[in-house]
Design a protein around this ligand. Sequence first.
Ligand code: 5GP
Length: 141
Amino acid sequence: MGAYDDDNIFARILRGEIPCSKVYEDDDTLAFLDIMPRSKGHVLVIPKVKAVDLTDIDPAALAKLMTVVQKLSPKIVKALGADGFMIQQFNGAGAGQTVFHLHIHIIPRWEGESLKPHGTTMADKDELAETAEVLSSALAD
Ligand code: 5GP
């Protein structure tokens, strides 16, 4: 694991320097839509503390992060009428990690629908905005 880079894309999103399609936020956590979704409603949940990957976060902060993942996932499934969800999390470039701020992927799944490849196809802007609106109201309470 390398040192935390303060200019990684998710650090910049956390500082509000670049936009994101936010769907949920609390004191410790931010959740937003992946710009290259593997399925409709693909959400990234990130801690506000600096952590490169799963090995780099205090266990108590990780517990908070996973509690949010557990809380949001079924709400995302319900709001989008999905059949289930998949959790993905990469550690290290060799394992497929491309952004070096810890993040958990919540990927809604529909029976019989295959996943798009990881991080390859940009989402349609209007579809992203529409999904963000649906999810932010579904995740508000
Ligand atoms: P990983 O590091 O787990 O391989 O994946 C990083 C994820 O971040 C990818 O799924 C990619 O599509 C997503 N991503 C990369 N850059 C941005 C960005 O600027 N905004 C958003 N919302 N997602 C991004």
